[in-house]
Design a protein around this ligand. Structure first.
Ligand SMILES: *Cc1c(COP(=O)(O)O)cnc(C)c1O
Length: 338
């Protein structure tokens, strides 16, 4: 596998740390828990989209783009990191935000990621929940083209074979890091949404023949659809890498039992997971992705899914800024009143 031949613009602080979670491991008495800190990629408070954007923005620049268009939910971390990457590279950015949750409070609609989109100088327009966001982006791009601009459209979550290269790179980084530390990784667990993270990891780990199984904890789609999306993108990513056919269907595993009522809607398990990591490890998770991912991991540990002595790495995909869009979910106001 030769990643170096793909254009890349450095945007993040890498390698991100791989650390033990000793308190949590002791408390749960289960497998050895580790955390890969992709919340620390640095770009505008960091997160997993930074790695994808290193390849996507290089592609945008190669195509001579003067404006990037992307989309996400109102509190999209991808939108925030894209806005920051565009600011750094001097490319304009337009973001389409889909109202996927129906929340109307100011914290959700104006604070957190939305505040940062605007701080980075992106223009933002809104669409109702359920809109065909890819079609909406294409329509905006067509208008801009007619005005003589050169738009570059990044799909939601930056999840296409170019963006997924960021997680092929992460797979390589993780395998090297673990080998340097003498750590045998038995499981890699993370939150999966638009599929690029898991697809890139699976493609990279399979290409490296690492034997490390990946478990995606879903935050939106049901298991069948999530696994199909990840598998399709992993196959396309492998093809893009010049390694067609290496991905087997069984390499792709998602557990979508922790979504709750829907994308971006808090669950009790998420709140407990966010509080537990904050109190035990001093680590902040996010309410939409890593909190639900960790809720799944904690529940599976409780059910004996992992063997004692196994080393389980949780990939922290970032998103903590989103906490400020959900103050009520954590009863912060109630605590302050006490
Ligand atoms: C986007 C995102 C994910 C999911 O990654 P995908 O590549 O979209 O599956 C997980 N965690 C956070 C914090 C994210 O912003």
């Amino acid at each position: 596998m030769n990643l170096a031949r793909f254009p890349r613009i450095r945007l993040g602080h890498m390698p991100t740390p791989l650390e033990p979670m000793e308190n949590l491991t002791r408390l749960l008495g289960g497998p050895n828990l580790w955390i890969k800190r992709d919340d620390c990629t640095g770009l505008s408070t960091g997160g997993n989209k930074t790695r994808k954007l290193e390849y996507l923005m290089a592609d945008a620049r190669a195509e001579g783009a003067d404006i990037v268009i992307t989309q996400g939910a109102t509190q999209s971390n991808h939108a925030r990191q894209t806005a920051a990457a565009c600011a750094k590279l001097g490319i304009a950015c337009h973001i389409l935000l889909e109202d996927r949750t129906g929340y109307t409070d100011a914290a959700y609609t104006k604070n957190a990621n939305v505040l940062m989109d605007k701080l980075h100088g992106a223009t933002v327009s809104r669409r109702p929940g359920g809109a065909d966001m890819q079609a909406e982006m294409e329509a905006v791009a067509a208008t801009l083209r007619a005005e003589g601009r050169k738009p570059y459209v990044i799909p939601g979550g930056g999840s296409n074979p170019v963006g997924a290269l960021g997680y092929v790179n992460a797979a390589q980084e993780l395998v090297t890091q673990a080998s340097d530390m003498g750590l045998r990784i038995d499981h890699l667990v993370h939150a999966t949404g638009s599929a690029g993270t898991q697809a890139g990891l699976v493609a990279g780990l399979v290409a490296l023949n690492s034997g490390i199984p990946v478990l995606g904890i879903g935050v939106r789609a049901p298991k069948d659809r999530q696994e199909a999306n990840v598998f399709a993108l992993a196959e396309r990513t492998a093809q893009h890498l010049g390694l067609p056919g290496i991905i087997k269907r069984e390499h792709v595993v998602a557990n979508c039992d922790y979504v709750g009522q829907g994308y971006g809607i808090p669950t009790e398990g998420m709140v407990k997971a966010v509080k537990l990591l904050a109190e035990q490890e001093g680590i902040l998770l996010d309410p939409v992705y890593s909190g639900k991912g960790m809720a799944g991991l904690l529940d599976l540990i409780g059910k004996g899914f992992f063997k004692p002595g196994e080393n389980v790495v949780f990939l922290h995909t970032g998103g903590q800024v989103g906490l400020f869009g959900y103050p009520e979910a954590f009863d912060v106001a109630a605590d302050l009143a006490r």
